[in-house]
Design a protein around this ligand. Structure first.
Ligand code: NAD
Length: 346
């Protein structure tokens, strides 16, 4: 077989992902991924589901996140190392793969560090569309690190907010986030405390990184009617909210089996009632019921969101130059003659 006949796997590098985002448009891409996620959540029962597989260490966690809808299979490799930023490294990096269930052959390999930020933002804002109070205009963004700008722009594009209030324990992170959001169609207000940042916000996003049970929000900070989008607590022993807030909130989760291990609700009894988001999206369960209700998205990030994002990218790169073909499939002339193929290359 000539090398040109080989089955090659499209690979999207970090550089190509950035070019793809500029080609599609950042907000358009977040909206597109959110539509894929919504469609996939609405056919939740057609997916294989399992809590992600973690390898914990004192330094952080490395996780594998697999799922399949019977036709395509996907997984993401992702890490979470809060100490990394002090060493000039990122807290979260990732890559992912799609494969054809019929042959088992991979059909896409891609960077997912940027894609994770997009899919996390897409999921948050999609959930916000169902749960945030009607007419919400202002979001408090607590934790102004790598995910933060994507979150703010997703809530603008999908939920129609026009103002973000920023707070981070590191003022340099807030300054970075504010500078990146300048000219992006949002009124940006920088704040110097948790108490200040939540003033007038109908949506509160917590996206901090610390491998401990932190208290980013205390009970007295949460008034009636707000929607809390809690993203940062996503590991055993790594949470952001005071337990009393959970007891006053209606809690919405991706996949309870995983969230009970990793989410804010690890602080609650194992049978504490939660609502599954896919049921809200199909109409089987209620989302926001009234203006007084406190809704909490206890986000940990689930494999189906990555699967949806991978499928979005697979379609989006078609007919573009934003990928390179990778030689990662052996192609013996006789499928059983792998040895002969090695000889052939001499
Ligand atoms: P990052 O390290 O780039 O940013 C985290 C920011 O939080 C930093 O700027 C830090 O100064 C700030 N911070 C830490 N403690 C704080 C506190 N007490 N109050 C205010 N700010 C504080 O990390 P990132 O990539 O933005 O990720 C943030 C968190 O979100 C991580 O814990 C990560 O694991 C999690 N995450 C969750 C999902 C999901 O799907 N739920 C997806 C991606 C990342």
């Amino acid at each position: 077989m000539k090398p040109s006949d080989k089955a090659l796997v499209p690979f999207v590098s970090v550089d190509h992902m950035m070019q793809l985002i500029h080609h599609v448009g950042l907000e358009e891409m977040i909206v597109g991924i959110s539509e894929e996620i919504e469609n996939d959540f609405k056919r939740w029962e057609s997916f294989d589901k399992t809590p992600r597989v973690p390898a914990h260490s004192p330094h952080g966690v490395i996780e594998l996140m697999p799922t399949s809808d019977g036709e395509a299979y996907g997984f993401k490799y992702v890490n979470g190392h809060p100490k990394n930023t002090s060493e000039g490294l990122q807290t979260v990096t990732a890559f992912g793969l799609l494969a054809d269930v019929y042959t088992g052959y991979p059909t896409l390999l891609t960077e997912m560090t940027i894609l994770t930020a997009l899919r996390t933002a897409a999921t948050s804002a999609l959930v916000g569309k169902y749960l945030a109070p009607k007419g919400a205009t202002t979001m408090a963004m607590i934790g102004n690190g790598a995910q933060s700008e994507f979150q703010c722009l997703a809530f603008k594009a999908i939920c129609g907010i026009d103002t973000v209030r920023l707070y981070d324990t590191d003022p340099a992170a807030t300054a970075k986030c504010a500078a990146n959001l300048a000219g992006k169609g949002l009124t940006v207000i920088t704040c110097t405390s948790g108490e200040e940042v939540i003033q007038g916000a109908q949506i509160i996003t917590t996206c901090t990184a610390d491998k401990k049970n932190a208290t980013i929000l205390t009970d007295n900070m949460i008034g009636a009617g707000v929607h809390i989008n809690a993203i940062g607590g996503d590991c055993p022993g790594k949470t952001e909210l005071h337990r009393d807030i959970l007891l006053r909130s209606d809690i919405f989760v991706e996949y309870p089996e995983q969230t009970r291990i990793e989410g804010e609700i690890q602080a609650l009894d194992a049978d504490h009632p939660v609502t599954e988001l896919w049921q809200v999206m199909t109409g089987a369960a209620k989302g926001r019921k009234d203006a007084q209700q406190i809704t909490l998205f206890d986000s940990v990030g689930f494999a189906i969101e990555d699967f949806s994002a991978l499928r979005f990218v697979k379609k989006a790169i078609k007919g573009t130059a934003y990928f390179e073909p990778l030689d990662m499939l052996a192609d013996p002339d006789d499928p059983r003659d792998l040895f002969g193929m090695v000889q052939r290359s001499k």
